[in-house]
Design a protein around this ligand. Structure first.
Ligand SMILES: C[C@@]1(CC(=O)O)c2cc3[nH]c(cc4nc(cc5[nH]c(cc(n2)[C@H]1CCC(=O)O)[C@@](C)(CC(=O)O)[C@@H]5CCC(=O)O)C(CC(=O)O)=C4CCC(=O)O)c(CCC(=O)O)c3CC(=O)O
Ligand SMILES: NC(=O)C1=CN([C@@H]2O[C@H](COP(=O)(O)OP(=O)(O)OC[C@H]3O[C@@H](n4cnc5c(N)ncnc54)[C@H](O)[C@@H]3O)[C@@H](O)[C@H]2O)C=CC1
Length: 192
């Protein structure tokens, strides 16, 4: 059976600078989900034209909007790049420039030109779940995201905090703490 070999990481987006090339529907969708998950993300966009909602999001999340066509100079200081223009040659140019400068790049909706994929993301307080279908079905990623948003209780973050507090009260060495933490959380995975 095929399997997903991607390696998920949880980026500290406040330390990284992301560039989105293009200002249309796809750019707006990527910006919406990026800022929903990571409102502190440092984002710059470059495009001759922006949508109204994109401008509103930019104001709200302190996104810098450069009104210009893409040029390689805009990659300077950026760690990750998402290309979303409606001109395939421009997207490929962005991809090639990023390769030359060792930047991570995602040509939205174009798997062969992605170093990473955007995922479906569920956030409940301190808990975050990222979902990928290996690029096979973004719609499935979206539906799973909606499912988990629904079934995971909002107060799961309380459990995380309680366990964190409880751990500090346990006496003993590291191994004894691990045993105790596993013992008290066993019920969470027991089949009923
Ligand atoms: C590979 C990947 C690369 C990347 O863009 O990063 C990619 C690729 C493509 N997307 C396409 C289309 C759509 N994408 C969505 C939605 C999402 N797409 C996202 C990620 C990814 N999309 C990466 C894989 C993630 C994984 O591994 O599963 C999500 C999860 C995250 C996000 O966008 O931030 C976000 C849901 C967010 C949420 O709701 O939580 C919908 C659904 C909708 O809008 O209702 C449609 C329309 C339905 C359809 O067409 O399937 C097409 C076809 C284009 C064409 O028609 O040619 C391709 C190209 C292809 O599949 O080959
Ligand atoms: N909208 C969608 O749901 C889907 C779109 N696509 C494809 O994705 C691409 C983008 O789609 P949309 O966002 O809907 O297009 P769009 O037309 O809404 O947006 C394209 C954006 O790219 C900008 N742009 C054009 N040339 C540029 C350049 N040289 N430098 C910087 N920005 C530039 C434009 O100003 C515009 O803001 C298209 O190729 C489309 O076929 C694929 C699947 C679904």
């Amino acid at each position: 059976m095929e399997r997903n070999n991607l390696y998920p990481v949880f980026l500290k987006t406040s330390n990284l600078h992301i560039l989105i090339v293009g200002g249309g529907n796809v750019a707006e969708e990527k910006l919406t989900f990026l800022t929903k998950s990571s409102p502190d993300a440092k984002v710059t966009m470059v495009s001759p034209i922006y949508r109204k909602v994109t401008r509103q999001l930019a104001l709200r999340f302190d996104v810098e909007l450069i009104t210009d066509s893409y040029q390689a100079k805009y990659l300077m200081g950026k760690h990750m790049v998402i290309a979303t223009t409606d001109v395939p040659e421009v997207n490929i140019q962005v991809y090639n420039d990023c390769r030359s400068f060792d930047k991570l790049v995602n040509v939205a909706d174009n798997p062969p030109y992605c170093d990473f994929y955007m995922g479906g993301i569920v956030t409940k307080g301190n808990v975050k779940i990222a979902i990928s279908t290996n690029g096979k079905s973004p719609t499935t990623a979206k539906r799973l995201r909606q499912f988990f948003e629904d079934v995971i209780p909002d107060d799961i973050t309380k459990m995380v905090q309680n366990l964190n507090d409880y751990r500090k009260t346990i006496k003993g060495d590291f191994e004894q703490k691990v045993d105790k933490m596993n013992e008290i959380t066993q019920k969470l995975v027991e089949k009923v």
